[in-house]
Ligand binder design. Structure first.
Ligand code: NAD
Length: 501
């Protein structure tokens, strides 16, 4: 782990193994932190924040160091893609894309750091010569706890560290227990470029224990969390004890609406991309496929042909399209949902089982699974499955599709496939989701805000608004009235002295 600029073991000396989801083999021995380690990391981050230099450095100086780190990520892209694949089971094409994007995103945050310089921003309508000068200043919040999930371990670390560091905060980051490798590896990069000790602290261990210690710790000012809605709720309630700032990026159940006039070739492939990318373990996946009743059968037939041809295999083989899910526990949870779907009366159109074909026996593979005849009240339509399982629902008119799409506790993502962009935009304006794609899915830009409506989250990542989530806004009032005579309101509580008259 990395605490106060030192590479350290857990105070207890405890360790655990991380496992390669492809073959069940150990890939690394990882420190297993406890509450004492949390206290040490928070103390290091607190000291670094309160005494500087990071929080008081100019934006340009911070930018310089973050950009150096971004350049190293670019150089090591291939190595990191491989590590991420071994740790998470992501196909090398997916983790390669992640490694490319992580470097680009950190570079973006490095550039943005230049804007965060404690420079006063005049409040035009309040500035009055002879009365006052009024400004706002954006300042870092302080010590941020950052808790991330296992589906995009490397990119999630960058999404968290990038904006926090750009704006001058110090950080204690905790990766998911199943996928700690890249976050720990990143500590080496920040150390190498000379980010001062205590600014970045990375600790690994059990979410229940370390997560709770972080969310209740009095010396932490903000908790930024990405993970399930269930844990998000718990974090919010625990953070309430010390009224920490909280941003949450939680679960989703993306409605994918295909209109009758959609280009079928693109919409079929696009809907597979929307729901089976990274074995369906993506928060913003399109997991509720809504098809017009008239086009339903043809669409499903084409989709089944493609799903049955999907290449399942070793994540490190570039021809693999579907790798294993992250852990045995996750595999069993997904298989349980498949059983629930069958019991609820959905029709299993393909897949539905663990894949144990040649060479895959030791891994946690699940066949690409398609349910038809799904209705929006079924658990498989209401809860996140987080695996390669897609449910198809029929609608008779667009109004019905919009209603079903919005009938969910989640509101992270949605998508519309149509050749009429005007119509698609109109539907988009009525969907209660933070990101909506038209004729596309999954593509995000670090310049556009990302986050959830409803129980999918609080706050946004990326864009100006995402950086501002790591700042406090200070208002300054500087007197320009200058004389006692110009301040008659004091008379309300105090008499003027003779010399004032
Ligand atoms: P999870 O909620 O189980 O765990 C997320 C993190 O929280 C892990 O680091 C875990 O160790 C930690 N944690 C667990 N219990 C905790 C507690 N009581 N207090 C504090 N921390 C605790 O989620 P997961 O299974 O790792 O990831 C999958 C979930 O993440 C899905 O629900 C998915 O939708 C969501 N996700 C959301 C986004 C987004 O941006 N909205 C992105 C990726 C993943």
């Amino acid at each position: 782990m990395y605490i106060g600029g030192q590479f350290v073991d857990a105070d207890s000396g405890d360790r655990y193994d991380t496992i390669n989801p492809f073959n069940g083999e150990k890939i690394a021995s990882i420190p297993y932190a406890g509450v004492i380690d949390v206290d040490k990391a928070v103390a290091a981050a607190r000291t670094a924040f309160d005494s500087g230099p990071w929080s008081r450095m100019s934006g340009e100086e911070r930018s310089d160091l973050i950009l150096k780190a971004g350049a190293i990520l670019k150089e090591r892209m291939k190595d990191y893609a491989r590590l991420e694949s071994l740790d998470s089971g992501g196909t090398i094409n997916k983790t390669g894309a992640d490694a490319f994007l992580a470097s680009r995103q950190l570079t973006f945050f490095g550039e943005q750091a230049k804007r965060f310089n404690s420079e006063p921003q005049p409040i035009d309508k309040l500035m009055r010569e002879g009365r006052s000068f009024n400004y706002t200043i954006r300042e870092p919040i302080g010590v941020c706890a950052q808790i991330i999930p296992w589906n995009f371990p490397y990119m999630m670390a960058i999404w968290k560290l990038g904006p926090a560091l750009a704006t001058g905060n110090t950080v204690v980051l905790k990766p998911a227990s199943d996928t700690p490798v890249m976050a720990l590896e990143l500590a080496k990069v920040f150390d190498e470029v000379g980010i001062p000790p205590g600014v970045v602290n990375i600790i690994s261990g059990p979410g229940g224990v370390i997560g709770e210690a972080l969310t209740t710790h009095p010396d932490i000012d903000k908790v930024a969390f990405t993970g399930s809605t269930e844990v998000g709720r718990e974090i919010m309630s625990k953070a309430a004890g010390t009224l920490k700032k909280v941003t949450l990026e939680c679960g989703g159940k993306g409605a994918n609406i295909v209109l009758e006039d959609a280009d079928l070739d693109i919409a079929v492939d696009g809907s597979i991309w929307a729901s089976f990318y990274h074995q369906g373990q993506v928060c913003e996946s399109g997991t509720r496929l809504m098809l017009d009743a008239k086009g339903h059968d043809k669409f499903v037939k084409e989709m089944l042909e493609k799903l049955e041809a999907m290449k399942i295999g070793d994540p490190l083989d570039p021809s693999t399209q579907l790798g294993p899910v992250v852990s045995e526990g996750q595999m069993n949870s997904v298989l349980r949902y498949i059983e629930i779907g069958k019991k609820e009366g959905a029709v299993l159109a393909c897949g539905g089982q663990q894949e144990t074909g040649k060479g895959l026996e030791k891994g946690w593979f699940i066949q690409p699974t398609l349910f038809t005849g799904v209705t929006n009240n079924m658990r498989i339509a209401r809860e996140e499955i987080f695996g390669p399982v897609l449910g198809v629902m029929k609608y008779n008119n667009v109004e019905e599709a919009i209603e079903m799409a919005n009938d969910s506790i989640f509101g992270l993502s949605a998508g519309i496939w149509s050749s009429d962009i005007g119509k698609a935009k109109d539907i988009a304006s009525r969907l209660r989701s933070g990101t909506i794609w038209i004729n596309e899915w999954h593509i995000l830009s670090e310049r556009a805000p990302f986050g959830g409506y409803k129980q999918s989250g609080i706050g946004r990542e990326f864009g100006d608004v995402g950086l501002n989530e790591y700042t406090e806004l200070k208002a300054l009032y500087v007197d320009d009235a200058k004389t006692r005579d110009n301040k008659p309101w004091y008379d309300m509580v105090v008499s003027r002295s003779k010399s004032d008259n």
